[in-house]
Design a protein around this ligand. Structure first.
Ligand code: PA5
Length: 450
C-alpha cells in the first residue's frame, strides 16, 4: 500500500473538543455495523462499499477498449449526464488532467477534448456547444441510470439527431456509448434497439456514489487518466477505512467531527481547496453530501470555496460573519510542478519572496488562513493528499463516499435516497403538459395566476 491521506482537526475554541468526538464513538460503531452488515436504511444501494475490490474485470476491459477507441477516432467527447451521472467524471478529469486540456494541441492532448451536456436546460449552451464542435470528429457518452431524466434525455435526443445527420445511422451507432441500467429504462431500450455500446450502472449503486463505475471511468479513461491507479487507491482506501474503531479510522473521525460541529449549531460546511484543478471536485462533494444528508428537515449545508481566489470575495464573511460555518480543506502536499520566485528586481515590493517558490506561498496562505479562521471561530478539518495522482484521488473519492454514508447514519437519515429531487420534476412535467399530470397542472396554473 502506498502512502495514505492524512486527516487532522485543528485546535479551535469553536471545537470540536476531544470529548465531543469520544461521545460519538458508539454511534460511529453502530453506523459502521449498519453499513457493513447492510441493515441500515438504503442498504440496497451500498454496492459502492466494496466495488473497488470486486469490480467486474470484463467490464473494466471493455471500458478501456472503448476509451482507446474514442481516443483514436474522436477530437471531442461529449459526456451527457446530470448530477451523479456526470459530476464524478468531471471532478476527476479536471483534477487529474491538464488545466487547459481542451485548449492543448491534439498531439499534446493525446485524446479528445471533453465537453459536458445535459447538465441544464439552456438553449444557448447547447447551441454554442454545437458551434464549438464544428469540424471536429465527435463521440457521445450518454449516462443516465433511470434513462428518463429530462435534461440529459433532451440533450441526447439532439446529439443523436446531430450524429445521425453527420455520420449516418451506422456511423452514429459507432460513436454513441450508453451507460445505463442493466435492464430497465428508456435509454436501455433505445440502446438495445439501436445497438449502441453499453456499460452498466450496477443496481446497488446510486448516482452520487457511481464515479468508480463506468459512469465515471469511461470518460476518465477517455481523458487519458490511469483508471487502474484510481481503482487501486480506492481499493486500498476501502481496506483502510473498514476499520470499525474510530480512533484508528480517519474517515470515521471526519464523519464524527463534522457531526459534532453540526450539533454545536454549525450548519454549513465549506469545502476549501487551494488548487483550481479541484474546483469540480468540490462540486462533486457538494452533491454527495447535499443529496445524502439534506432531508427530513436536517443536514449540513455543503458549500465550497476556492482559495486564495475566494478569500477576496468570501474571506470577509468567513472571518467575521455569522458563526454558522466550519471549513474542510482538501490540501495537496506536493504539487506536480512548482515555480521558483527568483530574479525580481524588488520594484514590486516582493523582494522577501526571493528564493521561495509559488507552492510555498500557496502553502503559507493555507497555514495563515487556517490560523486566522480558527481564531475567528471557524473550526477547521484538513484532509491532505500527498500528491494529486490518480491513486491518491481514488483514495479521496472513497474517503468522502464512506464518510458521507456514516455521516448520514449519524444524522439519522437515509443517505442513499433523494425524494426531494422529485418535487421540481413533477411541477415541471405538469406545466409542460405531460399526460397524467392534468390535475396538478390546473392547480399550478391557478397558483401562478395568483
Ligand atoms: O445521485 C443521484 O442519484 C442523482 O444525482 C442522479 O445521478 C441524477 O439525478 C441523474 O439521474 P439519472 O442517472 O437517472 O439520469
Amino acid at each position: 500500500m502506498t502512502s495514505s491521506l492524512r486527516f487532522a482537526i485543528s485546535p479551535s475554541a469553536a471545537g470540536p473538543e476531544p470529548h465531543e468526538l469520544a461521545y460519538q464513538a458508539e454511534s460511529v460503531l453502530t453506523a459502521h455495523r449498519m453499513l457493513h452488515e447492510r441493515t441500515g436504511p438504503g442498504a440496497e444501494f451500498t454496492g459502492w462499499l466494496d466495488l473497488p475490490r470486486r469490480h467486474d474485470p470484463e467490464e473494466f476491459r471493455r471500458i478501456k477498449e472503448a476509451a482507446a477507441r474514442i481516443r483514436s477516432d474522436s477530437d471531442a467527447l461529449v459526456v451527457i449526464g446530470i448530477g451523479g451521472s456526470y459530476l464524478g467524471a468531471r471532478a476527476a478529469v479536471d483534477a487529474l488532467g491538464h488545466a487547459f486540456h481542451n485548449l492543448l494541441p491534439p498531439e499534446r492532448r493525446g485524446g479528445p477534448q471533453i465537453f459536458y451536456a445535459g447538465t441544464d436546460l439552456s438553449p444557448r449552451y447547447l447551441t454554442e456547444l454545437f458551434e464549438a464542435l464544428e469540424g471536429k470528429e465527435v463521440s457521445v457518452n450518454v449516462v443516465s441510470k433511470s434513462g428518463t431524466t429530462t435534461e440529459p434525455a433532451i440533450a441526447f435526443r439532439l446529439f443523436r439527431a446531430y450524429l445521425e445527420r453527420r455520420y449516418g445511422k451506422e456511423g452514429a451507432r459507432r460513436r454513441i456509448y450508453a451507460t445505463t441500467d442493466r435492464a430497465r429504462g428508456a435509454l436501455k431500450h433505445l440502446a438495445d434497439a439501436e445497438g449502441y455500446a453499453q456499460f452498466v450502472i450496477p443496481d446497488d449503486v446510486g448516482g452520487r456514489y457511481s464515479v468508480l463505475t463506468a459512469v465515471g471511468l469511461l470518460p476518465i479513461a477517455a481523458a487519458g487518466i490511469d483508471i487502474d491507479q484510481l481503482m487501486a487507491g480506492a481499493a486500498d482506501a476501502a481496506a483502510e477505512y473498514s476499520e470499525p474503531d474510530m480512533e484508528r479510522n480517519p474517515c470515521y473521525q471526519y464523519a464524527a467531527a463534522r457531526h459534532a460541529l453540526y450539533r454545536r449549531g454549525l450548519t454549513t460546511e465549506l469545502l476549501v481547496t487551494y488548487e483550481p484543478a479541484l474546483r469540480a471536485t468540490a462540486e462533486w462533494w457538494k452533491q454527495l453530501f447535499g443529496e445524502s444528508e439534506g432531508k427530513d428537515g436536517k443536514g449540513i449545508f455543503p458549500a465550497a470555496a476556492a482559495f486564495t481566489t475566494d478569500l477576496h470575495s468570501m474571506g470577509q464573511y468567513v472571518q467575521d460573519g455569522r458563526r454558522i460555518l466550519f471549513e474542510t480543506v482538501v490540501q495537496v502536499e506536493r504539487p506536480a510542478v512548482d515555480i521558483p520566485l527568483t530574479g525580481g528586481d524588488g520594484a514590486d515590493g516582493l523582494g522577501f519572496l526571493e528564493g521561495q517558490t509559488l507552492h510555498r506561498v500557496n502553502h503559507m496562505a493555507f497555514l495563515g488562513t487556517r490560523l486566522a479562521h480558527t481564531e475567528g471561530g471557524v473550526p477547521n478539518l484538513t484532509l491532505t493528499l500527498p500528491e494529486l495522482t490518480p491513486y491518491h484521488y481514488g483514495q479521496m473519492l472513497y474517503f468522502f463516499q464512506k464518510a458521507c454514508a456514516i455521516s448520514g447514519y449519524l444524522l439519522g437519515v437515509n443517505p442513499f435516497d433523494q425524494p426531494g429531487v422529485e418535487a421540481y420534476k413533477q411541477n415541471m412535467y405538469a406545466l409542460l403538459g405531460k399526460p397524467g399530470f392534468e390535475a396538478r397542472r390546473a392547480e399550478l396554473e391557478a397558483r401562478l395566476r395568483g
